[in-house]
Design a protein around this ligand. Structure first.
Ligand code: 4NP
Length: 156
């Protein structure tokens, strides 16, 4: 089975999308599915280009034994849609910006929370504003589990 290249996208690329990038990679390794996914992340803004992830994201990952090293924030690039199989946004604003720049691609470009329609979340809450990195990791983890399930059973 081909490796799926997955790009997670948020606004700043220091809180939510790096968390999703590292959580999915960790879950894949735990489940022996690393051969199925390649994960990366980017931001729509470029405001934090070259910076590491937010301390709150890093601490939350580390508290759960998830590697958080080697990260550098970057802005989305024109060539991303050609390289990545799935481009997964954290909220409606991210998705709208992706659609503005890359066009509408519902099967390839969607919100992470769309994977669990009955979760009660329409978007991944942004801890830059909420300060709640625990809640953000919990919904990201649940959605990433679903994403891996779907990739491994060929439904995505
Ligand atoms: P993120 O959160 O999009 O999840 O990385 C934010 C990070 C930085 C800013 C806003 C949101 N900011 O305004 O700099």
């Amino acid at each position: 089975m081909n490796k799926r290249r997955i790009l997670f996208v948020c606004l700043g690329n220091i809180c939510r999308s790096p968390m999703a990038e590292y959580v999915l990679r960790h879950q894949a390794a735990e489940r022996g599915l690393s051969h199925l996914v390649e994960t990366a992340s980017a931001g729509t803004s470029g405001w934090h280009d070259g910076e590491g992830m937010h301390r709150g994201t890093r601490d939350e990952l580390k508290a759960h034994g998830i590697a958080a090293d080697g990260f550098s924030s970057r802005k989305i690039r024109r060539e991303d849609p050609a390289h990545y199989d799935l481009i997964i946004a954290m909220d409606d604003d991210n998705l709208a910006e992706l659609e503005r720049q890359f066009g509408r691609r519902p099967g390839k470009q969607f919100k992470l929370t769309d994977l669990i329609p009955d979760s009660g979340y329409q978007a991944v809450p942004d801890p830059w504003y909420t300060g709640n990195f625990v809640e953000t990791r919990e919904i990201i983890s649940a959605c990433c589990r679903e994403l891996l399930d779907r990739i491994s059973d060929h439904s995505l």
